[in-house]
Design a protein around this ligand. Structure first.
Ligand code: SF4
Ligand code: SF4
Length: 250
């Protein structure tokens, strides 16, 4: 069995699509309508328990495309496909998954002007989104990028590289992650007082920060919109954790 898709629905359910040797099926898990922070408790109690059980089923090749019937394709993914996955994603560079990365003085000098470096706990950090990320999703400083950038691989990329998931599935996860992030940003935009705005260009992490600033200033915030924004953010947060093996620092 192979999980091909996990999606979050508007009615607060998760749909898990599973491909088996000859067929595929979907199972929907309803979270009882819990919202806000209680979503995490529901997730830990229900879905996190179900996932290892589903994942422990014997793996089978999905049969919905000719390419996926070729075992060699799953064991040796196309390097172009992996490269395309990252250039179409950029979530680890653009500030969606991390707010900062560790950098040495030498690396920061090498990158030159226009990067935001600050000390933290006796070490240096560079603030993300990175100004060296091109509009095409490629690193404009590829040859001189920091060591952490060369070595980092998120859980999604590792699974795609190992052939545990197909690049096409990984690409769908990236697409869904971006859509969930956008919904979270929009929800915080709605929850913000009218005189404070969250730019649609920013990440969900930045939206949370901005929202907290607004709350810190004692602004009047609509309670229903606030709950809705947190729910969207927590969907996004859990989706990132499940698929990228990254815990957001919110
Ligand atoms: S988050 Fe993962 S898939 Fe996306 S660019 Fe970074 S390493 Fe690649
Ligand atoms: S230097 Fe390049 S690889 Fe590193 S965070 Fe910036 S854009 Fe990404």
């Amino acid at each position: 069995m192979k999980i091909t898709k996990i999606s979050v629905n508007h009615d607060k359910t998760f749909t898990v699509e599973v491909a088996q040797a000859q067929a595929s099926s979907t199972t929907t898990y309803y979270n009882g309508g819990v919202e806000g922070r209680s979503f995490s408790a529901w997730y830990d109690r229900v879905l996190a328990v179900e996932m290892p059980r589903l994942m422990s089923q014997p793996a089978a090749v999905a049969t919905n495309s000719p390419a996926s019937n070729d075992p060699a394709r799953l064991s040796k993914p196309d390097s172009d496909a992996l490269s395309n996955l990252c250039t179409n994603c950029s979530l680890c560079c653009n500030g969606s998954l991390f707010k900062r990365l560790p950098i040495t003085l030498e690396e920061s000098r090498r990158l030159g002007d226009g990067i935001d470096v600050f000390p933290k706990g006796g070490e240096l950090r560079m603030r993300l989104g990175c100004t060296r990320l091109g509009n095409d999703g490629c690193c404009k400083a590829y040859a001189i990028r920091p060591a952490i950038c060369s070595s980092y691989r998120c859980g999604l990329l590792k699974k795609a590289a190992a052939g545990e998931i197909e690049p096409e599935f990984a690409a769908r996860v990236v697409h869904e992650t971006k859509a969930m992030q956008e919904r979270a940003i929009q929800a915080f935009q709605t929850a913000m007082p009218e005189n404070l705005e969250i730019s649609a260009e920013k990440t969900a992490l930045a939206a949370v920060e901005r929202y907290r600033e607004g709350r810190g200033k004692g602004m009047d915030v609509r309670p229903h919109a606030r709950a809705n924004a947190w729910l969207h953010f927590e969907y996004f947060e859990k989706f990132v954790e499940i698929n990228f093996s990254v815990r957001l620092e919110s």
